[in-house]
Ligand binder design. Sequence first.
Ligand SMILES: Nc1ncnc2c1ncn2[C@@H]1O[C@H](COP(=O)(O)OP(=O)(O)OP(=O)(O)O)[C@@H](O)[C@H]1O
Length: 265
Amino acid sequence: MEVRKARVSLAGRLILDDIEFALRPGEFCGLIGSNGSGKTTLLRTILGFVSPESGRVMLGGGKRAAIGYVPQKFALDPLMPLRARDLVELGLDGARFGIPLPSRARRAKVDAMLQAVEADSFADQRIGRLSGGQQQRVLIAHALIRRPRLLLLDEPLANLDIRSVAGIVALLRRLSREFQTAVLLSAHDMNPLLSAMDRIVYLAHGRAATGSTQAVVRTEVLSRLYGFRIDVIRVHGRILVVAADPAGEALATLGGDPASVVQIP
Ligand SMILES: Nc1ncnc2c1ncn2[C@@H]1O[C@H](COP(=O)(O)OP(=O)(O)OP(=O)(O)O)[C@@H](O)[C@H]1O
């Protein structure tokens, strides 16, 4: 997948400009940015729900059907009579028309996918009754069952406890390699992804800095991206991105919210 010089406006407002990066099969990429930085808009552009006003998104094989998508968290009603395995099976049908697979073959595919995401022990429970981490596993299985070449996930780690976060990141890291699926995962905190990311796309001010974490998450690079002085501080294996002068005028251009550029554990 390749995003080339994409420029995206919504309702006449420029949201993303000059975004450029590529993902190869099996690569794990973090799409990092504070709230409102345009992560969802970029994912929706890749999916084809939003058209860039200039630039383009190129997909290997040219097929949007080859993209798996886990949307931002939505509430699943505990009373909804849908089991985890039913949701995974629904992923089989996607854009497929014509004669469905025989039921035994469907069942085998669903079982294999549930196993791959380690969800077999709760496969027959209602989806709305599962924990956040378990639901994410099921949504990932739903998105991966047709073996897409690219998997997009919008803030899949939000509202999960630390152990579930680590489990989901490790799972996605493993599956991206096993299935040779490129993974693009959006998050406002890069820290849980540091050991997994091959590449980072860091969004701020509608622009992106991309490359390895080492190359991108540096004081000079992020200061240039934000347009004012940013300090990147590494402490206890974590990275904090801090506005050097939170009271500075430059922050007004970011929406005036110092918290939006400070990543606190
Ligand atoms: N349909 C729309 N029309 C106009 N502006 C929009 C629309 N959708 C989003 N925006 C604006 O675009 C900007 C980027 O939003 P987006 O949802 O892509 O950010 P995000 O990084 O995913 O943030 P969050 O983590 O809060 O969802 C925001 O300022 C938002 O208000």
